[in-house]
Write a protein that binds this ligand. Structure first.
Ligand SMILES: Cc1ncc(COP(=O)(O)OP(=O)(O)O)c(N)n1
Ligand SMILES: Cc1nc(C(=O)O)sc1CCOP(=O)(O)O
Ligand SMILES: [Mg+2]
Length: 212
């Protein structure tokens, strides 16, 4: 499987039934190169998050794909996730790091802010996430980021950057060219008319084409 410099970071739909979603995740991960899966469940109980982690985490980890939990550092540690993603309204980076430990991945949402990204990077974040780059129906995104931010960050900083928000196989080229290390995607993978495997293959091809 060809690994490009920019890689795919799959984020789950905000609500899912683990048994029904497991084959979709398997199809996506077996179709091509994926670096990471984030379990992002909104408005559900800790027990539901635990059950989803138990069902989905092995599918990713058995394939060498990092499994990251959104929002819940304590649950990430308890359930054996590879890391946690925290936003500006969530547990702070420093507290998340204390909870998951130094060996785990901690990623931080930085919206469209150079300042937030520099703070997170200097504090030790494993990646910074910028967005939303395009209109999205997955969440009410209050911030709008431009590809130039990715260019600025990737030319100056070592810490990897993730682009998120409305990214599709058709519009991702400029983000790849601007230096995104990862493309984080929900709808364009899980809602793809030909299924998540076809979606991953199309992303892999679009990324390779943009890298020339
Ligand atoms: C990779 C990645 N980037 C950004 C986000 C958004 O996080 P946050 O701002 O905390 O919003 P919610 O996802 O929690 O609604 C993310 N989850 N992943
Ligand atoms: C979870 C999330 N965070 C965003 C941000 O801008 O921080 S945009 C977003 C939704 C991404 O879903 P889709 O790929 O379907 O647009
Ligand atoms: Mg959050």
């Amino acid at each position: 499987m060809t690994e490009t410099a920019c890689r795919l970071y799959l984020v789950t739909p905000p609500a899912l039934e683990p048994a029904a979603f497991a084959p979709k995740l398997t199809e996506a991960l077996d179709a091509g190169d994926v670096a990471c899966v984030q379990l992002r469940l909104k408005d559900c109980s800790d027990d539901a998050v635990r059950r989803a982690c138990d069902a989905l985490r092995p599918i990713a980890q058995e394939r060498g794909v990092a499994f990251i939990l959104n929002d819940h550092p304590e649950l990430a540690r308890e359930t054996g996730c590879d890391g946690v993603h925290v936003g500006q309204q969530d547990t702070s980076y420093a507290q998340a790091r204390r909870i998951v430990g130094n060996d785990a991945i901690v990623g931080v949402t930085c919206h469209d802010s150079r300042h937030l990204a520099m703070e997170a990077g200097e504090a030790g974040a494993d990646y910074v996430a910028f967005g939303a780059f395009f209109p999205t129906t997955t969440k009410d995104a209050a911030f709008k980021a431009e590809p130039e931010l990715l260019r600025w960050w990737s030319e100056l900083m070592e810490v990897p950057c993730v682009a998120i928000g409305g990214i599709t196989q058709e519009n991702c080229g400029p983000l790849v060219s601007a230096g995104a290390d990862f493309l984080a995607v929900v709808g364009a993978v899980w809602n793809h008319p030909d299924g998540p495997g076809a979606a991953v293959r199309a992303f892999n091809a679009a990324i390779a084409a943009a890298e020339g």
